[in-house]
Design a protein around this ligand. Structure first.
Ligand code: UDP
Ligand code: MG
Length: 345
C-alpha cells in the first residue's frame, strides 16, 4: 500500500499567542513523517480561522505563503469550535485519505500521530485519542469533565471517556459524517454513531502552551447542555415521570387528607385545597410531558439522521452483474425487434 495522504486540521480562535509555535511543531512532525514514508508527500496542515479578532489569520496566511505544507481556511465569523472543525474536515476530505483534528494549543500530544496512522493502515476508519491522565488540568476542570461524562451517560449519550476532538477519521468516515444533516452537530456524540472499525490511542494531555482557554465555565456549560439537548429526550421523559409520581402521590395524600378530615384534625377548606393543588400539579406535569413526547418525536424526525451506514456490501458485485444482464437483455430485445422491422427504402 502506498502511504496515505494526511491532512491535519487545526481550528483556531484568537490563538496568536501559540500559533507560530504550533505551526513549526506540526510542520516538523509532518516533514519527518514524510521522510519516514509514513504519510504521502502531498500531506498538509490546514488551519481554520474561526473568525478570530486578533492576528491569527495574518499568521496563518503568511505561513501558507511561506511553507509548502501549510494551508489556511478563514471563516466569515466565529461559529464555535465544533463548526470550525467541521469546516476543516469537509474541506480536507476531498484531498486526503485521512484527516486528523487537533486543538491549536497542542495540549494533545502530537508525537502519537504516527500511531494514529499505523492504526488507520491496519484498517480502522476512526482512531480516537484518549487522555491517560488529567494531571495538567485544574481540579475543577477535571471534576466538571467527569461529571459531564457521567451525566451524558445517564442521558443515554455514549461518549468515549476522556476523548476530546483529537482523532483521525478516514475520508470514508467523513463522507458518512456529512450525511448527518442536523444543524447542532455535537461531534463527540455523533462520531461513535458512524460505527466502522475503530481504535483508541492513549496519550498524556499537557498544559496549554500559552494564551487562555477558549472554554470558560459559561461556554463549558453551554457545550454540555448542547450535547444533552441534541442527543437525548431524557429530560422530557423526566417531566412525564415527575408528573406521574406527583399524580399518584396526590391520590395517596388525598386519601390521607380525607382520613384526617373525617377524624376531625384539620381546619375547614384545607383538605380540598391541598388535594387539588397536588392533583392539578400532577396532571399539568403529565400533560406537559405528553406534549413533550410528541415534540421529542418531531425533534428526532427533523434530525434526519441516516438510519444505517453500510460497511461492506458483497451483494454489490451481483448487483452490477444483474444490471449488466438486464442491459444485455434489452440489447437482445432491441436487436430482435429491429430485425423484424422491415427496412424501408
Ligand atoms: N476554538 C475555536 N472556536 C471557538 C473556541 C475555540 O475554533 O469559538 C478552538 C481553539 O482555538 C482551540 C480549540 O478550539 O484550538 C479548543 O479550545 P481550547 O484549547 O481553548 O479549549 P480547552 O482545551 O481549554 O477545553
Ligand atoms: Mg486547550
Amino acid at each position: 500500500m502506498t502511504e496515505p495522504v494526511l491532512t491535519i486540521v487545526v481550528p483556531c480562535y484568537n490563538e496568536e499567542a501559540v500559533l507560530k509555535d504550533t505551526i513549526s511543531q506540526l510542520q516538523d512532525l509532518l516533514v519527518k513523517m514524510i521522510e519516514d514514508s509514513i504519510v504521502d508527500e502531498n500531506s498538509k496542515i490546514l488551519f481554520v480561522d474561526d473568525g478570530s479578532k486578533d492576528k491569527t489569520w495574518s499568521i496563518i496566511e503568511k505561513a501558507s505563503l511561506q511553507f509548502n505544507y501549510v494551508r489556511g481556511l478563514k471563516l466569515s465569523r466565529n461559529v464555535g469550535h465544533q463548526n470550525a472543525l467541521l469546516a476543516g474536515l469537509f474541506s480536507a476530505k476531498d484531498v486526503s485519505d485521512c484527516v486528523i483534528s487537533i486543538d491549536a494549543d497542542l495540549q494533545d500530544d502530537i508525537s502519537v500521530i504516527p500511531l494514529f496512522i499505523e492504526k488507520f493502515i491496519e484498517g480502522n476508519e476512526i482512531v480516537y485519542g484518549v487522555r491517560n491522565r488529567r494531571d495538567s488540568d485544574t481540579f475543577f476542570k477535571r471534576k466538571s469533565a467527569e461529571l459531564f461524562y457521567s451525566v451524558m451517560k445517564k442521558m443515554g449519550v455514549d461518549l468515549i471517556f476522556n476523548h476530546a476532538d483529537f482523532r483521525l477519521m478516514s475520508k470514508r468516515a467523513i463522507e458518512e459524517l456529512e450525511r448527518f444533516d442536523e444543524a447542532n452537530l455535537f461531534l463527540r456524540g455523533i462520531i461513535p454513531l458512524i460505527g466502522f472499525p475503530s481504535a483508541v490511542v492513549h496519550y498524556d494531555r499537557k498544559k496549554r502552551m500559552a494564551g487562555e482557554t477558549k472554554y470558560p465555565l459559561k461556554k463549558m456549560i453551554a457545550f454540555a447542555f448542547d450535547g444533552i439537548s441534541s442527543f437525548s429526550v431524557t429530560p422530557i421523559r423526566l417531566v412525564l415521570f415527575i408528573g406521574m409520581v406527583s399524580f399518584f402521590v396526590s391520590l395517596l395524600f388525598g386519601a390521607y387528607f380525607l382520613f384526617l378530615k373525617f377524624t376531625g384534625h384539620t381546619a375547614t377548606g384545607w383538605t380540598s385545597l391541598i388535594t387539588s393543588i397536588w392533583l392539578i400539579g400532577g396532571l399539568q406535569l403529565i400533560a406537559i410531558g405528553l406534549v413533550g413526547e410528541y415534540i421529542g418525536k418531531v425533534y428526532k424526525e427533523t434530525k434526519r439522521r441516516p438510519k444505517f451506514i453500510v460497511e461492506y456490501d458483497s451483494f454489490a458485485i451481483q448487483k452490477t452483474i444483474s444490471a449488466r444482464q438486464l442491459q444485455m437483455k434489452e440489447d437482445e430485445l432491441y436487436s430482435i425487434v429491429s430485425s423484424k422491422i422491415p427496412e424501408s427504402n
